[in-house]
Design a protein around this ligand. Structure first.
Ligand SMILES: Cc1cc2nc3c(=O)[nH]c(=O)nc-3n(C[C@H](O)[C@H](O)[C@H](O)COP(=O)(O)OP(=O)(O)OC[C@H]3O[C@@H](n4cnc5c(N)ncnc54)[C@H](O)[C@@H]3O)c2cc1C
Length: 491
């Protein structure tokens, strides 16, 4: 028998800044709230491993940056909030709105279970934008985000021959974190196009709104370029080698270059993680400025299913500060919904939120998605890493009349591997839109179906069956509720 509760008032998926801020407010108001996250400790992407770093590697806090250290206070408040925290728990399903009950499918320590909340808040954050180019599947090519994860969680650093390629704030933040820890990358190959006057004007607006953030970002770029050999307007990036990465070739100002390296880290910004929200049947639209799909939201975080709210980077990339502010606001909105007062008490929008929006408008324009990764020119570029489907195959099936990404799955098996399309969905939709001369919004996205995480037939078969409201008993009478609300073994 599971020792885990199977009911609660609010389930929050994601223990990043958005989910933690929401949990603190809800638990503070006495709501029975459960926070689920597949990471082992709270903090999400931005504050990943913060408690461990603070306790065991405090000297790393300085090079990781003040904005990282700021997470300690939020995580401490969360630990003391009384919210029930279930780390190491992946959510692989949200039942559809056709089902009689709202439920989440969980897998924890290899065991599956359903959790039946009254309300769900999805705070699933962001993931890195796919960066397909020739050779990107070779061992020795990784994303900057993956390397930063290793740095935060285990203190792992690359060697000095590491090359950083692509663009975006995270690339420059990571370069500075490395330099602060004594590693000087061999090169930065920046793929960002020249900024327009309109972008600089928007930069001025951002500077007036959030001077600290703009100055800090400029300093990251300036310091990294001062200490690392940096090349701008890089095109035709290729990773070369037979069994593993040996060198990187690229073009800049009309000349071709080749650079020996054993590790290439690539980054092209982050996009909203909408896998759970899409699988739950929520409506979404394509945000052409951020180049990603986002859920339709009204109020602070109300989605097309009233019992599911969303917040943080999963509703559009906005950063950790906005995630925290909105996390608190969405919690108040949910309180209104739970008490059936129709969201009548939304917190007013703080001035800080309006200022952050002006900053984001600039960042979206200054770091647009890199066109060579969005639409790989070379047909031999692998797009779907799991099933090894190339850009040429996608273009070819589109030219033969395949009208969308879901049909392309049947033609090529793209998006049908273990990552379930996370690494290719954006590219496949872009390529098909290009061939059909349509917008990505009209071409559509893979239909996302549970299970979102690989689970076995045995795990499904062993899942405890609920004895709850659907068969007449009250919700609290589930036979798996062995812990009282508020009793939290993970604190
Ligand atoms: C790889 C990466 C590194 C980043 N590094 C930085 C940085 O150093 N500095 C910075 O300012 N910003 C960084 N960002 C951006 C940053 O993530 C966001 O601005 C901020 O953390 C958003 O907060 P959030 O609460 O919305 O989501 P997140 O902090 O991303 O938290 C989302 C949480 O949801 C969990 N989750 C998602 N799906 C599931 C599921 N199915 N089941 C269970 N749990 C799930 C994840 O494990 C994660 O902990 C990074 C983004 C990425 C993708």
């Amino acid at each position: 028998m599971s020792d885990r509760r199977s009911t609660c008032e609010v389930a929050i998926v994601g223990a990043g800044p958005a989910g933690l801020a929401a949990a603190c407010v809800l638990a503070g108001k006495g709501v029975d709230v459960v926070v689920l996250d597949e990471q082992q400790t709270p903090g999400g992407q931005v504050f990943r491993g913060i408690e461990k770093v603070n306790a065991t590697r405090p000297s790393d806090l300085n090079p990781l940056g003040a904005s990282y250290g700021a997470g300690i206070e939020l995580v401490r408040r969360f630990r003391e909030s009384g919210a029930y925290y279930r780390p190491g728990t992946s959510v692989w399903e949200i039942t559809s709105d056709q089902e009689p009950e709202l439920a989440l499918g969980l897998v924890e320590n290899g065991a599956t279970q359903m959790l039946y909340p009254r309300h769900i808040i999805l705070a699933t954050g962001a993931m890195e934008r796919p960066t397909p180019f020739l050779g990107w599947t070779l061992p020795g090519v990784m994303t900057v985000g993956a390397a930063q994860t290793l740095l935060k969680s285990s203190g792992l650093l690359p060697g000095n021959d590491v090359v950083l390629a692509g663009t975006g704030p995270l690339l420059y933040l990571y370069a500075n974190q490395l330099i602060g820890m004594g590693i000087t990358p061999q090169a930065i190959l920046d793929t960002r196009p020249s900024a327009t006057w309109g972008t600089y004007l928007s930069g001025l607006n951002a500077l007036l709104a959030c001077p600290g953030a703009v100055i800090q970002g400029s300093r990251w770029m300036h310091d990294a370029k001062r200490q690392v050999e940096a090349t701008s307007h890089v095109t035709n990036l290729r990773a070369k080698g037979d069994d593993r990465l040996r060198s990187v070739s690229y073009q800049s100002a009309g000349r071709l270059y080749d650079m020996a390296t054993a590790l290439l880290l690539v980054h092209d910004g982050v996009i909203s993680n909408t896998w759970l929200s899409m699988s739950a049947g929520l409506t979404h639209h394509f945000d052409s400025l951020q180049g990603c799909w986002v859920p339709d939201i009204r109020g602070v975080g109300i989605t097309s299913r009233e019992s599911i709210s969303m917040v943080g980077d999963s509703v559009g990339i906005a950063g950790a500060e906005v995630a925290m502010l909105q996390g608190e606001r969405v919690a108040h909105e949910v309180l209104g919904q739970l008490n059936d007062i129709g969201g009548a008490q939304p917190l007013p929008e703080p001035a800080a939120l309006k200022r952050q929006r002006r900053l984001r408008r600039f960042l979206d324009r200054y770091f647009p998605p890199t066109s060579q990764f969005q639409l790989p020119v070379d047909d031999d570029t692998i797009v779907c890493r799991c099933e090894e489907v190339t850009a040429g195959e996608i273009r070819s099936v589109a030219a033969r009349g395949c009208m969308g990404p879901n049909q392309a799955k049947a033609f090529t098996r793209c998006g049908m591997g273990p990552c379930m399309g996370r690494k290719c969905a954006a590219t496949v939709s872009q390529l098909m839109a290009q061939v059909h001369d349509m917008s990505v919004g009209d071409i559509g996205h893979y239909r996302i179906r549970p299970p979102l995480r690989p689970i076995t037939v045995g795990q499904l078969a062993d899942m405890p069956i609920r004895h709850g409201p659907s068969d007449g008993a009250p919700a609290a009478a589930t036979i798996y509720d062995t812990l009282a609300p508020g009793e939290n073994p993970n604190r």
